[in-house]
Ligand binder design. Structure first.
Ligand code: BES
Ligand code: MN
Ligand code: ZN
Length: 503
């Protein structure tokens, strides 16, 4: 979709459609008011007749409104004026976009960006509009033999801003919004791709492609099983040992600055392309959803795209820890003791707690980059879904300032997270009487004990852990990857790069 910015009055737009807001109950927004005056009260008369209450989720399309140059006016319900916050604003945009798409306007001038949205300046309203529009147009239909093409799809949106002073920052907001939307889209595509296609080799090929597309900024190195054996990454290897697909860890190295004083930020994504549970086999119901167990890696991949596209002046290393967890004669078993890359030993009590085994070796591996900080992203525990549901990502960290930075980014983007504690008391649950630790800590506090397990492999850097088991995909009829937490992580890096929203 094409976006542009303009500052001008609504009645003068020669467009297929002008989009304006109506508040509840039947109250015109300032722009709608202008159109109403010009048209001698045409719109307010409709509202008085009760055609549109102004609730969120409502929309009304008008044709040939007197004295208005554009062919159509789309009135969109915005709810109660003083309740309009970032979340509702996104719903309003979504309704506008879906209606425009259904009704055959191929271009539109949108005045919703002029609404007063609590806590949002023009930059954010424009950026959210772009991200939301792109997101609501997403569908995963690559594998359908009959793709439904819209007859007259929406192609072009002009976002109107109040004053010419806003033009520059709005152009930036479009650029940022489009980059983030593209990152979310590739993360969704990777997540949605079925596990017979999206296997560790597929992840690696995507990682290599990124280096081809952004040569000069990105180099990719793929570490296979032989190299893992030479290094001693036995926990990672154990997880993939039952699979016909080779375990492959892709290391995507982005350099947006040559300054030697800048240390890299490492983003590490769990890339289990299918998690059957292994010998501790999962029940059949919803097992298909375990194709999403690589959504951490998909998010890291998406973020790498965003920052390469915008040429952030940072060093960032994205690691996609790819492998497949299958039951087989060669599979690892409950009872096995593994010697990790760190030298610590782990007793496997459940082969379905595989994510932490993959990640623990990767966490040790990335020490070699002397990172400024490491953030891992993983669909790690069902327990995090029990704790926070499907709305918030669980955040755990050994460093308060880093946790605060991530919380700030999560609030800025609406890609929300909530911190869970990481305290020593929980560590006892991981005690084993044959090895240094067990790979599971029982049901109580399962998201926290998983993070505690990881924390034992964190040395020499600040670290945060995002458990996205509840937020990375939706189940049921709308089954599909969400692309979270690409927006959160991209914003975290924007903030680190000194991007500002008010200049
Ligand atoms: N990938 C799963 C976590 C998961 C489960 C995410 C369900 C979303 C929905 C992970 O590998 C796993 O199986 N975790 C186990 C750990 C347990 C055996 C300690 C879990 O959460 O049940
Ligand atoms: Mn598992
Ligand atoms: Zn898993």
């Amino acid at each position: 979709m094409e976006f542009s910015i303009k500052s001008g009055s609504p009645e003068k737009q020669r467009s297929a459609c002008v989009v304006v807001g109506v508040f509840e109950p039947r109250r015109l927004s300032p722009i709608a008011e202008q159109l109403d005056k010009i048209s001698d009260g045409y719109i307010s008369a409709l509202l008085r007749r009760g055609d549109l209450e102004g609730k969120i989720g409502q929309a009304l399309l008008l044709h040939h409104v007197p004295n208005v140059l554009s062919e159509r006016i789309l009135l969109v319900g915005c709810g109660k004026e003083r309740d309009l916050d970032e979340r509702q604003y996104k719903q309003v945009i979504q309704k506008a976009i879906s209606t425009l798409n259904e009704t055959g306007s191929m271009e539109a001038v949108c005045f919703l960006t002029e609404l007063h949205v609590r806590g949002c300046n023009t930059y954010w309203k424009v950026r959210y509009a772009v991200e939301t529009a792109e997101e609501s147009l997403y569908s995963f239909d690559q594998l359908k033999s009959n793709r439904v093409e819209l007859r007259r799809p929406l192609r072009k949106i002009v976002l109107n801003v109040p004053s010419r002073r806003d033009l520059n920052r709005s152009e930036r907001a479009i650029k940022h919004g489009l980059a983030i939307a593209a990152g979310i889209k590739v993360a969704k595509d990777l997540g949605n791709m079925p596990p017979n296609i999206c296997n560790p080799a597929y992840l690696a090929s995507q990682a290599r492609q990124l280096a081809d597309n952004f040569s000069g900024y990105i180099t990719t190195r793929v570490i296979g099983e032989q190299e893992m054996r030479d290094l001693g990454m036995n926990a990672y290897l154990a997880v993939g040992s039952g699979s016909q697909n080779e375990s492959l860890m892709s290391v995507i190295d982005y350099r947006g600055t040559a300054k030697p004083s800048v240390k890299p930020i490492v983003l590490l994504g769990k890339g289990v392309t299918f998690d059957s549970g292994g010998i501790s086999l999962k029940p059949a119901e919803s097992m298909d959803e375990m194709k999403f167990d690589m959504c951490g890696a998909a998010a890291v991949y998406g973020v790498m795209r965003v920052i390469a596209e915008l040429k952030l002046p940072l060093k960032v290393i994205g690691v996609l820890a790819g492998c497949e967890n299958m039951p087989a004669g060669a599979a690892y078993r409950p009872g096995d003791v593994l010697t990790t890359l760190s030298g610590q030993t782990v007793e496997v009590l459940n082969t379905d707690a595989e994510g932490r085994l993959v990640l623990c070796d990767a966490l040790t591996y990335v020490e070699r980059f002397e990172p400024e900080l490491v953030i891992d992203v993983a669909t790690l525990t069902g327990a995090s879904v029990i704790a926070l549901g499907h709305h918030l990502t669980a955040l755990m960290s050994n460093h308060n300032p880093l946790a605060h930075e991530l919380m700030t980014a999560s609030e800025q983007t609406g890609d929300r997270a909530w911190r869970l504690p990481l305290q020593d008391e929980y560590n006892e649950q991981l005690d084993s009487n044959v090895a240094d630790m067990a790979n599971v800590g029982g049901r109580p506090g399962g998201a926290i004990t998983a993070a505690c397990f990881l924390s034992r492999f964190v040395r020499r850097y600040h670290w945060a852990h995002l458990d996205i088991a509840g937020t990375a995909w939706r189940s049921g009829k709308a089954k599909g990857a969400t692309g979270r937490p690409v927006a959160l992580l991209a914003q975290f890096l924007f903030n680190r790069a000194g991007f500002r929203d008010d200049e």
